[in-house]
Design a protein around this ligand. Structure first.
Ligand code: 3PG
Length: 208
């Protein structure tokens, strides 16, 4: 499961963390991101239309690799799988969530924020982890510190990262990709300014 999610990092340096408020934004947003070279899309399960949005993106934009973010429960995992998601992301780690992902065949990028959680997730077989909320829990300094005891663990830091700070994260050997919401500003979506989103995606693709 963990090896599958590590392949997500091969598509580019940034995974957009997407909050869809209006279902009609889903397909043009995915098309705009893919046009800018960003194929791996994390759609958070935070809005009433999130599952329908994932389904629409996966169906209408075949070049997009759609995943579900904010997975918290086994029911979330099943719903994400049914919506056609190819991977899942969680803010934290639980054995129940990991077991559900295994049961439903959904590769999981689980969140951690401490050394103990790294040990818990890695002992369950996960070697590619989301550091969340990355900046709030220590950012670049924490990732450098974790590389000592955990040389076999790779991270996707997410939370508080900006286009300006992303290069510092991406230069660390244990960071394969980072996550962020800056590629999908709500005002651009509301205005239907898909060109702006493509431009943000192009800039993010060029970050490493
Ligand atoms: C989130 O929880 O929404 C993600 O971690 C994204 O965080 P960001 O908005 O700071 O990029």
């Amino acid at each position: 499961m963990s090896t599958n999610t590590l392949s997500l990092a091969s598509h580019g340096p940034v995974i957009p963390v997407i909050v869809i408020q209006k279902l009609e934004h889903a397909v043009p947003l995915a098309q705009a991101l893919v046009a800018g070279g960003v194929r791996v899309l994390e759609v958070t399960l935070r809005t009433p239309v999130a599952l329908e949005a994932m389904e629409a993106m996966a169906r209408a934009v075949p070049d997009a690799i759609v995943g579900a973010g904010t997975l918290r429960t086994p029911a979330d995992v099943q719903a994400a799988k049914n919506a056609g998601c190819q991977f899942g992301v969680s803010p934290g780690y639980t054995d129940a969530l990991a077991a559900a992902c295994k049961e439903f065949g959904l590769p999981l990028l689980p969140g951690v924020s401490t050394a103990s959680e790294v040990m818990q997730a890695s002992s369950a077989g996960f070697q590619f982890l989301k550091l969340f909320p990355a900046v709030a829990v220590g950012g670049v300094n924490l990732l450098k510190a974790l590389s000592g005891p955990f040389p076999d663990i790779a991270f996707c830091p997410t939370g508080g990262i900006t286009p300006e700070t992303a290069p510092q994260f991406l230069s660390l050997p244990n960071v394969k990709v980072c996550g962020g919401s800056w590629l999908t500003p709500q005002d651009a979506m509301d205005a239907g300014d898909w060109g702006r989103i493509t431009a943000l995606a192009k800039a993010a693709s060029a970050l490493r």
